[in-house]
Design a protein around this ligand. Structure first.
Ligand SMILES: [Zn+2]
Length: 69
């Protein structure tokens, strides 16, 4: 499985209402299919790794790192 570059979570690049932002995060920008999202928490570092993968096209995977404060 190949991952695209790590992306720190930033809502600034999303526009619109929270619902639209959520949609932009959860759906593949290429084909519009909902991502298959899995979470892996890293309590030691207070990080939450989120891997979003499109199963419908070759967009691949996107990783987000949530900072837990
Ligand atoms: Zn897709």
């Amino acid at each position: 499985m190949e991952f695209k570059d790590f992306e720190f979570e930033s809502y600034e690049k999303y526009y619109g209402e929270p619902e639209q932002v959520q949609k932009a995060i959860e759906f593949c920008p290429k084909c519009g299919t909902r991502f298959n999202i899995s979470h892996l928490s890293d309590c030691g570092n207070l990080l939450l790794h989120e891997t979003a993968r499109c199963l419908a096209c070759d967009y691949g995977s996107r990783r987000l790192i949530h900072l837990l404060h």
